[in-house]
Design a protein around this ligand. Structure first.
Ligand code: FES
Length: 341
C-alpha cells in the first residue's frame, strides 16, 4: 500500500488501519534471533510458527501481544528481500510500563502473538526523492524505507540523529552497506545544532521530494516547523513513538460509564484513569501505542454517546462526526458511551 498523505489524510489512513486492526486475527510467531543493536536496543526476528509472512511495505508496523495488558506496536525494519521473518528493533525504556521490558525479556524459541502488518506511514514512491530523517529508535521504519528505496534504485538520503554511536541502532550496518554514501550521521548534537542542521536540510526543497521523519515528538515538531516554510504539507510525513499515559488532571474529569456493545459488558472509568486503562484492567484487548493521543492506534468506534475528544490524531471533521475516539486520552461529554468493542 502506498499512499500520498497530507497530515489529515495520514490521520484518516491510520484511523482506517486501526479499525481494521480490531478485527484481524493474530499469528503466533517464534523468536528466531535476538541481536544487540545499540545500547538498550535489541533487534528480534519473529517467524510465523505456521504459514508465511503477510505482505507489507516499508513503513509498516506489527502489534505484539506481550502480556495480559500489554499490546504494543513496533515498526518493521525489513528490507524488501527479507520475507522470512518480521524484524523489529526495540529500545528498553526506563519508564516502560511493560512493553519494551517484555520485548527485551524474549529469548530465542519464545512465542509471541503478532497482528498482521499495517501501514500508516507508507512511502509515496511516485515522488522523485526521499529525505529520510530518524531520531534515535525512530530509525526502525526509516531503515526499512532506505532498504526498500535502495532496492528500487530510488533516490534518497538518510539523516540519523542520535545521542552518539553507542546509542545508534544499526550504525555499523549503515556505515558499511552498499548505500552508506546516502547516510549522514548526526550524533551527539546539542538541540541548537540539531535545529541548525535541520534548517540546512530542509530550507530548500529539491523538486518533487518528500520528507519522512520518525523519532521523538520534539524532532517531529522541528521538522514540521521548518518544512512548513517551503514544503507542501502533503509532502511531509511523520510517525512518532513512545510516551507515558496522559492521565486526567485532578478534578478535570468525571467518571464515565463505558458499555461494550459486542462484549455485552459495562465498565466504569474513574475520574483519575483513562478509558484505555480501564479497558485493559478489565481484560479488554485494545491496541495502543503512544497513550498520548498521537498515534491513532487506540481509536475505536463509538455507537452511542458524545466523545470529548482530547487527542491530536483525529482531524476536526472526524471529531465532529463523533463516531470514533482515541480512548487513551479522550473521554465523554455524556455520562455514558457505547463502544464497538
Ligand atoms: S494510543 Fe496513540 S492515540 Fe491512543
Amino acid at each position: 500500500m502506498s499512499i500520498a498523505c497530507s497530515e489529515a489524510d495520514v490521520g484518516e489512513e491510520r484511523l482506517h488501519a486501526t479499525r481494521v486492526s480490531l478485527v484481524k486475527d493474530v499469528q503466533t510467531c517464534r523468536v528466531v534471533a535476538v541481536n544487540p543493536e545499540a545500547q538498550d536496543v535489541v533487534s528480534l526476528r519473529l517467524q510465523p510458527v505456521s504459514g508465511g509472512l503477510h505482505d507489507f511495505e516499508a513503513g509498516a508496523h506489527i502489534r505484539l501481544r506481550l502480556g495480559r495488558e500489554i499490546v504494543r506496536a513496533y515498526s518493521l525494519c525489513n528490507g524488501p528481500d527479507e520475507r522470512d521473518a518480521y524484524v523489529i528493533a526495540v529500545k528498553r525504556e526506563p519508564a516502560s510500563t511493560g512493553g519494551s521490558a517484555a520485548v527485551h525479556a524474549l529469548r530465542i524459541g519464545d512465542e509471541v502473538e503478532v497482528n498482521p502488518p499495517q501501514n500508516a506511514f507508507a512511502v509515496d514512491w511516485s515522488s522523485s526523492h526521499l529525505v529520510l530523517v530518524a531520531g534515535g529508535i525512530g530509525i526502525t521504519p526509516i531503515i526499512g524505507m532506505a532498504r526498500e528505496a535502495a532496492a528500487r534504485g530510488h533516490s534518497f538520503e538518510l539523516h540519523y540523529f542520535a545521542r552518539g554511536t553507542a546509542w545508534a541502532a544499526f550504525a555499523e550496518e549503515l556505515g558499511a552497506c552498499a548505500w552508506g554514501d546516502r547516510v549522514r550521521s548526526h550524533y551527539g548534537y546539542e538541540a541548537s545544532r540539531v535545529e541548525a542542521e535541520m534548517q540546512s536540510l530542509l530550507r530548500e526543497r529539491r523538486p518533487d521530494s518528500d520528507v519522512y521523519v520518525c523519532g521523538p515528538l520534539p524532532l517531529i515538531d522541528l521538522v514540521k516547523k521548518i518544512a512548513a516554510t517551503s514544503w507542501p504539507a502533503e509532502r511531509v510525513h511523520w510517525e512518532s513513538f513512545g510516551g507515558a499515559a496522559v492521565l486526567p488532571a485532578p478534578g478535570e474529569s468525571s467518571a464515565v460509564e463505558v458499555r461494550l456493545a459486542r462484549a455485552n459488558r459495562t465498565i466504569r472509568v474513574a475520574p483519575d484513569e483513562t478509558i484505555l486503562q480501564a479497558l485493559l484492567a478489565n481484560d479488554v484487548d485494545v491496541p495502543f501505542s503512544c497513550r498520548e493521543g498521537q498515534c491513532g492506534m487506540c481509536v475505536v468506534d463509538v455507537i452511542e454517546g458524545v466523545p470529548d475528544h482530547r487527542d491530536d490524531f483525529l482531524n476536526d471533521a472526524v471529531k465532529a462526526n463523533g463516531d470514533c475516539m482515541a480512548v487513551c486520552v479522550s473521554r465523554a461529554k455524556t455520562p455514558a458511551l457505547v463502544l464497538d468493542l
